[in-house]
Design a protein around this ligand. Structure first.
Ligand code: PRX
Length: 656
């Protein structure tokens, strides 16, 4: 982010007080901050009490071997029991757990907690029957249908860590994850609905399974939900229909309690190298973190609220704020299969109106696209049920914040801008809607129980009014435990930069304003954020150079009005490829889609003769970003050959 943007941001001086009714009845009060700071472990133990433990812990935190934390040591619990059965036992079996809304209009289904318990039990029985045992990994590659939630909870119920792979990822991306975590089974569907048409998933699983086999890993079973009814290839030794197995299984299943540190799931996310990182979350601490934050940050009243998070379960937001947090809290929620504007632009607002959604959680990129369509569309719907609005995934620009609050929230529902990451497992920095006032663009302060700071290179806290690196200074229950199979990378990536202080390095830049409130500015490493999705520059560069015509590639995230950042690629072609041919750009874009998935498709690809490198051979992405953002190119004196930038710039003005 440029200094200019930064100072513009910090000139933002609108303030919104918490609404009086929310404040009066707030779940947490101001005193919680002090109380948590006074005795953090006691505070977290109090939060863990929201869960049902079969065996209580004997130690809250074991931090004897940092950065490897253990929380609620000795405690035993079952995550699925906590998300489902205990609500049924409490007499709430008839309460709707999930209002599922399919993309085709009128394709909807309500699941009560009792029904959820039955289906999760059936799926758990089926997985066991298919040979999945406690500790085995199960990949889930599904559309947003209730079975996706059931599948995750069934895995949790038998202690088989799941790894959900976003349905928009390619078969290559799926294959690499299957191999990395050695998944024993895959749960998928024939397809899902996307913009009014069925889109297939099963063929990608077939391809990924073949690719994994060629790399030495065989997936034993594939469980397939029939969603669209499209034709699928069938391997009778491996493939099993969900309706013929889960649908016929017993609804009786006794959940077993697992150790608090038993792995709950692995979620892959992009890092600074080409290889995605498998972020490991465990049971007790993660569930405590997701349940507590969901309750505190959204000021949740489980008996009366209708909650809706628009994320996909293929991302961490879907894990913590569709599956684990909300269900552990026993709320009624909406699950929507499709895109925001299908079949009409007001689809989301109609869902809010019809189901009387009271808490709504979405991403800035979606808000910006609605802003563009104009206020007339949401104005056609009655959204007076809304009382809290959340934002996640990327910095929310003040205009989008104010529009969200005004047009969607009718100036009555406060906006909570929530900062967190796949690695943190749950929300770390956010206002509390009944306590903290809101500033458009600021995530404000760490929630009670969390300690964050903005520090210099050396690890010193910066004074108010200055910027630096965002760190978390104390361990927290839902922190990642490691990178799957790679403890060294875990230490190196997050804990080496501030090893002396023992801080967790988040990879984000941030600023403290004059009041000490936090403004998260974006990544300081080679990670991009496109529409709230995390992408690695290196991963896209590797995809590009795997194309036979490409010799070298450099990728940068350039500012984009709609998507926050957009992928811009600079490629050097191999000599034998000549000028690459007329369709070279289209060819390379298709190649990236195939290698990673549509979200990684570059907005812009420039074929260039050279890349700007330092004398030690490091690509200076800063200069490429200047080109991609149509700025004057900055200081080139450290380049090995300073004329390179002239070559690239002339290429661009020539439309290259
Ligand atoms: O750069 C930050 C940005 O998203 C990154 C985390 O991405 P991911 O692990 O995919 O998780 C996204 C959903 C939690 C962060 O390092 N980010 C997330 N939320 C915010 C944000 N940046 C600014 N403000 C936020 N509220």
């Amino acid at each position: 982010m440029s200094d200019q943007t930064l100072s513009n941001l910090l000139k933002e001086d609108r303030r919104f007080e918490p609404p009086a009714d929310l404040a009066a009845d707030a779940n947490l009060k101001e005193e919680a901050y002090e109380r948590a700071r006074g005795d953090r472990e006691a505070f977290w133990a109090e939060q863990a009490e929201r869960l049902s433990w079969e065996q209580p812990w004997d130690r809250v935190l074991d931090w004897d071997d940092p950065p490897f934390a253990k929380w609620f040591v000795g405690g035993r619990l079952n995550a699925a029991y906590n998300c489902v059965d205990r609500h049924v036992e409490a007499g709430r079996g008839d309460q709707v757990a999930i209002h599922w809304v399919g993309e085709p209009v009128d394709d909807a289904r309500d699941l009560t907690y009792q029904q959820l318990q039955d289906e999760v039990s059936q799926a758990a029985n089926t997985l066991t029957e298919l040979g999945v045992q406690t500790g085995d990994r199960v990949a889930i590659y599904m559309p947003m249908i209730p079975e996706a939630v059931v599948a995750m909870l069934a895995c949790a119920r038998i202690g088989a860590p799941h790894t959900v792979v976003f349905g928009g990822f390619s078969s290559d991306a799926l294959a690499s994850r299957l191999v990395d975590c050695e998944a024993k089974a895959v749960i998928t569907a024939d397809g899902g609905y996307r913009r009014g048409a069925p889109s297939a998933l099963k063929p990608a699983v077939d391809e990924a399974r073949a690719k994994a086999s060629s790399q030495g890993h065989d997936v034993a079973k594939v469980l397939v939900v029939q969603r669209t009814g499209q034709d699928v290839e069938w391997d009778a030794d491996v493939d099993v229909w969900w309706h013929e197995s889960v649908g016929q299984a017993s609804t009786e299943h006794t959940p077993e309690a697992f150790d608090s540190e038993h792995p709950l799931f692995v979620m892959y996310t992009s890092g600074t190298t080409g290889k995605p990182k498998g972020i490991l979350h465990t049971t007790g601490g993660y569930l405590t973190g997701s349940a507590y934050t969901h309750w505190a940050v959204f000021d949740l009243k489980p008996e009366t609220d209708v909650y809706w998070c628009t994320a996909d379960i293929g991302w961490i937001t879907g894990h913590s704020y569709i599956v684990y947090g909300p269900l552990a809290n026993g709320v009624t929620q909406v699950l929507y299969e499709g895109t925001p504007d299908s079949p009409e632009r007001g689809r989301w607002w109609k869902i809010i109106q019809d189901l009387k959604v009271s808490i709504f959680y979405t991403a800035p990129t979606a808000i910006r696209s609605f802003m563009k369509q104009g206020q007339e569309i949401p104005d056609q719907f009655d959204m007076s049920s809304l009382r809290v609005l959340g934002s996640v995934g990327e910095p929310i620009n003040p205009e989008a914040y104010v529009w969200y609050r005004h047009v969607i929230g009718k100036d009555k529902a406060p906006v909570v801008d929530t900062w967190w990451q796949t690695e943190t497992g749950s929300i770390m920095i956010s206002p509390l809607p009944g306590v903290t006032h809101g500033k458009p663009g600021s995530a404000m302060i760490p929630i009670p129980g969390v300690e964050a700071e903005v520090v210099t290179e050396e690890g010193e806290a910066v004074p108010n009014g200055s910027g630096g690196y965002l760190v978390l200074t104390e361990p927290w229950p839902s922190m990642l435990r490691t990178i799957w199979g790679d403890d060294n990378r875990f230490k190196e990536t997050y804990w080496s930069r501030y090893a002396k202080q023992g801080f967790y390095f988040a990879g984000d830049g941030a600023k403290k304003d004059d009041d000490g409130d936090l403004w998260v500015l974006g990544r300081v490493d080679d990670v991009m954020n496109v529409s709230g999705h995390r992408l690695s520059t290196t991963e896209i560069e590797s995809a590009l150079v795997s194309h036979p015509k490409v010799a070298e590639a450099a990728v940068v995230g350039a500012k984009d009005e709609d998507t926050g950042q957009a992928v811009c690629a600079f490629v050097i072609l191999r000599d034998e490829a000549g000028d690459g041919g007329e369709d070279i750009v289209a060819e390379l874009r298709t190649h990236v889609r195939k290698e990673i998935g549509p979200i990684a498709t570059p907005r812009q690809i420039m074929v260039v003769p050279e890349l700007p490198k330092t004398r030690s051979g490091k690509i200076m992405r800063r200069l490429l970003r200047d080109v991609a953002e149509n700025r004057e190119v900055g200081d080139v004196t450290t380049l090995a050959d300073s004329s390179v930038m002239d070559l690239i710039s002339s290429k661009q003005s020539g439309g290259g």
